[in-house]
Design a protein around this ligand. Structure first.
Ligand code: COA
Length: 391
């Protein structure tokens, strides 16, 4: 379908809507790079804080720059007290993603404004949002369990502090490393739906709080950030590796999708899945409980087998959310917190994209082909029938 010479595809598939220097998704070969650095190198080597620096400042930090960033993140983790009090009056049944989106929006109420009364949207705002998002998730985790929230610690990493704030105990190195790697892998992914939403909002010159609130709203659905929780439900429904193949056959026979499989961009296995699979295996060994890892492996194998039987050249492989389910479940995180955890990593990319958008801004305002009725006269209400047609 075309309008004004532009090709319009459902879901904007294949349509280039902007440019970025932050990350590059090469879907045909399964490569993801952040500012030219392959995640295959970043995942095992770099910390999330290094990646935050890379995205926000354009280069990997030296030791001093990293220390400065870590100090700033640590200093900005605490939430305004009225927001914590407000969370304590929320019904404990509230969905963690709803709480996160609402409290992030509420952060704007406490943020500084310039002489025109506008919130700042600079690199410090970005660091503030990166620092506070995990605090909100961890605080709600405790509040809804009837426990008092734990004050964040400024001397821990983003990952370490999140796990500490949930339990009050310092995580093991393996646990901290697993979550840190997860955050590294989730930090950015070009113009994915939530990042695009953030950029659209920022392009109107709305502030970073508004842009991140848009991104959080967009992340929620199970075709995007909600897939890991859906994938976890699959693991629990499957129950044992032996049940994987019958389960997959039943899902596909009723026309449903295997959650955590398939990707708009990747036509091979998502490069992030390999690292998350390795992390799931390592955590399983650390815990001495391979259950989640083994069920996930069996579901992936069965899915590939059955999908290939149906269509030998299909390109539906495990995506980032598939092994995320096993990793986060083994860290003791409940399924309905998986999407908020995604946000704890992706907040780095969202804020970097907001800054990139503002540095060279033009309002994002596409067109649509109109497919409604042709122009016609207004019908006064007294002459209108109930179906809107001329009486
Ligand atoms: N399981 C089974 N079939 C799948 C599938 C899955 N997970 N993902 C895609 N397909 C099939 C569709 O049924 C469709 O088949 P058809 O051509 O016979 O109708 C075909 O693949 C193309 O699907 P479409 O939805 O057009 O592709 P897309 O590019 O929009 O899909 C996703 C991308 C992510 C929306 C899709 O793969 C999906 O729904 N995956 C499950 C949810 C998920 O894991 N989301 C997280 C993404 S990181």
């Amino acid at each position: 379908m075309s309008t004004h010479g532009l090709v319009v595809d459902r879901g904007l598939e294949g349509v280039v809507v902007g440019h970025t220097q932050l990350s590059n998704v090469e879907g045909q070969i399964g490569r993801l790079t952040y500012r030219g650095y392959d995640i295959d190198e970043l995942a095992p080597e770099a910390t999330f804080e290094e990646v935050v620096h890379l995205l926000l400042y354009g280069r990997l930090p030296d030791r001093h720059e990293l220390d400065v960033l870590k100090r700033e993140l640590g200093a900005r983790r605490s939430l305004p007290e009225p927001l914590v009090n407000a969370m304590q009056s929320v019904p404990e049944t509230a969905w963690p993603m709803d709480v996160l989106r609402t409290v992030v929006s509420g952060l704007a109420l406490f943020s500084p404004v310039n002489a025109h009364g506008e919130h700042l949207s600079d690199v410090h705002t970005a660091i503030e949002l990166i620092a506070k998002v995990p605090t909100i998730v961890a605080a709600w985790d405790r509040i809804r369990r009837g426990l008092a929230p734990i004050e964040p610690r400024s001397d821990l990493s983003q990952a370490g502090n999140f796990l500490y704030m949930r339990s009050g105990k310092l995580p093991s190195d393996v646990e901290e490393d697993a979550l840190d790697t997860y955050f590294v892998l989730l930090a950015d992914h070009s113009y994915n739906a939530s990042t695009f939403a953030a950029r659209v909002t920022a392009s109107t010159r709305a502030d970073a709080y508004a842009a991140v609130t848009s991104a959080l709203a967009t992340l929620q659905g199970d075709l995007h950030g909600g897939a890991a929780n859906a994938s976890y439900r699959t693991l629990t429904e499957v129950g044992s590796p032996a049940n994987a193949e019958p389960y997959v056959r039943a899902v596909l026979a009723r026309g449903d999708r295997i959650m955590g499989m398939g990707h708009r961009e990747y036509k091979v296995r998502d490069p992030r899945a390999r690292h998350l699979e390795a992390m799931a295996k390592r955590l399983a060994e650390h815990l001495g409980d391979p259950h989640n890892y083994e069920v996930a492996r069996a579901v992936e194998d069965a899915s590939r087998k059955v999908l290939q039987e149906k269509k030998p050249d299909n390109t539906i492989y495990a995506n980032v959310d598939f092994y995320t389910a096993a990793v986060l479940a083994d860290l003791g995180i409940p399924g309905d917190e998986f999407t908020p955890l995604f946000a704890c990593g992706r907040i780095a990319g969202w804020t970097a994209h907001v800054l990139e958008q503002l540095a060279d801004n033009r309002l994002i305002r596409p067109q649509a082909t109109y497919e409604g009725p042709p122009p016609g006269p207004y019908i006064p209400i007294e002459r209108r029938s109930s179906n809107g047609v001329h009486a």
